[in-house]
Design a protein around this ligand. Structure first.
Ligand code: AMP
Length: 503
């Protein structure tokens, strides 16, 4: 049923787009014809320019991009709320960075030969001939900001939380978009593995709070740049010895980026990978100790993790710890929700002093997909306690000020200044379930008064507009008292009932 509706909707949209194209094309033709007629001296080149300039409007998002409509926003709000709450709980300061960065902020630390840089970035030249890109990820942007604002001068470690859009020219599919949203937790200036465990713990807590319970963490260590270089040589020799068993597209990357072969989902390639040397068997002593300590912390945390010896995250800037987190669906399929790792050399690669760092990023689109799939609780906005109803222009003017005063007093207030009808506003107040309704009609606006109606008891009193806040507060207190009395009465009644049952 849903599929049919979708099909019809798509057909409808296409039809609409076609008719718009037709209209726009015929408009364009008329415009060109008029211009040709009016300016007979115009050269053929200028009239050609006119034709090219007017393109039909497709009325569709660019491929791989999408709108997030009001109906879906409650999930997004819930995800953002939990992500931000955990950032605050763990002492992260929020940082916002631009979507556009200089290209080499990314190409230098990520490595030009990585798949992301080679095929997936939106890179372009500005009118000022600067080479820039839309960030495909946050890590190098945050590192750039750390250096630009000399954050090394502050007490370390520095914990930074960031969230926003990222762009990758990926093949669009469900959960894979060209514009997507990420939330990141980065810690600079400390190499203790307890912090590696802490970011994994944050990720786990976020998932628990969002109701995404069936998850799996995969962890690995890829050593330092030096131990990895030696390991890469070993791996290259191994894959070269198995070259004939690999499809041709993998043969080309054996010498360039052998670890990327591990990311293949091709059955034949996976079989070859089984016998390949593993990074954790070729770690330097410090990296081995670091990894051992991390695993001990993870055991303490009691979260579902496994060691994946081929996990490498595909980016040159990672050192030592790398990890990813997946949701497992009812068919046992894994869905990547986020990933991260240590990048102890990134700041140095960008020209700063050696600075250890660890970070982690969630894909928010994926979190929302998972929340929808599991039908988890979506965000419920806080409930207003007071409704402000008004009638007439003067009342509306006074209400704007009173509204702000009530909010400043820390009381959540609802209104619908767009509505003129008092009856409709009272119905709205009832529907929202507020405790108190303030009414400012034409008479009250002129008198400088307001009616305070206790929605629970139905009683109302007229007060001066100066004393509105106190009157609202005392009406709200009365409401609580009424509730308490009822509760107590209820308990008494319960006792009486139990006594009479015993008898
Ligand atoms: P990555 O660093 O590539 O592992 O990305 C971190 C997280 O961002 C992934 O685990 C996904 O949740 C999310 N992500 C990455 N690429 C996309 C994409 N094209 N569309 C939606 N989410 C993405």
């Amino acid at each position: 049923m849903a599929a049919t509706t979708k099909k019809t909707a798509t057909k409808g949209t296409k039809k609409m787009a076609k008719s718009v194209i037709k209209k726009a094309a015929s408009k364009a033709a008329t415009k060109v014809a008029t211009k040709k007629g009016a300016a007979t001296k115009k050269t053929s080149t200028s009239s050609k320019k006119d034709v090219v300039a007017i393109e039909p409007v497709l009325l569709q998002c660019v491929k791989g991009m999408r709108d997030i409509l009001p109906g879906e926003q409650s999930y997004w709000q819930q995800a953002r709320k939990v992500l931000e709450y955990e950032a605050e709980e763990y002492g992260f300061g929020r940082i916002d960075v631009p979507v556009i960065e200089y290209e080499n902020t990314f190409t230098q630390p990520i490595g030009k030969s990585t798949e992301m840089i080679e095929r997936e970035v939106y890179a372009f030249k500005t009118r000022g001939r600067e080479n820039v890109l839309l960030r495909p990820d946050f890590t190098p942007s945050i590192a750039r900001a750390y250096l630009q604002h000399s954050m090394n001068m502050f007490t370390q470690p520095i914990k930074l939380f960031s969230t926003g859009r990222s762009y990758r020219y990926d093949r669009p599919a469900e959960g894979r978009y060209r514009e997507f949203h990420q939330a990141n937790y980065d810690i600079y200036g400390e190499e203790d593995p307890v912090l590696d465990a802490q970011v994994i713990q944050i990720a786990y807590r976020v998932l628990q709070k969002l109701g995404i319970k069936n998850v799996q963490f995969q962890v690995n260590s890829i050593g330092t740049q030096e131990s990895r270089a030696q390991y890469k040589d070993l791996l290259t020799s191994y894959f070269l010895s198995k070259k004939n068993k690999l499809p041709s597209k993998y043969r080309d990357i054996i010498e360039k980026d052998p670890m990327r072969i591990f990311d293949s989902k091709d059955e034949k390639v996976m079989q070859v990978c089984v016998g390949a040397p593993q990074a954790i068997d070729h770690l330097d002593k410090e990296s081995r100790d670091h990894f051992k300590n991390l695993l001990e912390y993870l055991d303490e945390l009691d979260l579902p993790y496994m060691i994946n010896p081929t996990l490498n995250r595909g980016m040159d800037y990672y050192t030592r710890t790398v990890f990813e987190v997946y949701a497992i669906d009812e068919k046992g399929l894994r869905h990547a929700l986020g990933g991260g790792g240590r990048y102890d050399d990134l700041i140095e690669n960008l020209g700063g002093e050696p600075t250890p760092a660890i970070g982690f990023g969630f894909g928010i689109d994926r979190l929302v997909l998972e929340m929808k799939r599991l039908k988890t609780k979506s965000y419920k906005p806080p409930q207003p306690k007071v409704y402000l109803a008004q009638l007439g222009d003067l009342a509306k003017k006074k209400s704007l000020k009173i509204f702000a005063e009530i909010e400043n007093a820390g009381i959540l207030v609802a209104e619908s200044f767009g509505r003129g009808n008092l009856m409709e506003q009272m119905e709205q107040a009832q529907k929202i379930g507020v405790e108190v309704t303030l009414i400012i009609g034409q008479k009250e606006a002129l008198d400088g008064t307001a009616i305070v109606k206790n929605m629970h008891t139905g009683t109302q009193e007229t007060v001066t507009q100066e004393s509105v806040i106190n009157a609202v507060k005392s009406a709200m207190k009365k409401h609580v008292v009424v509730k308490k009395v009822n509760k107590r009465d209820g308990k008494k009644d319960d006792k009486k009932a139990r006594k009479s049952q015993k008898k």
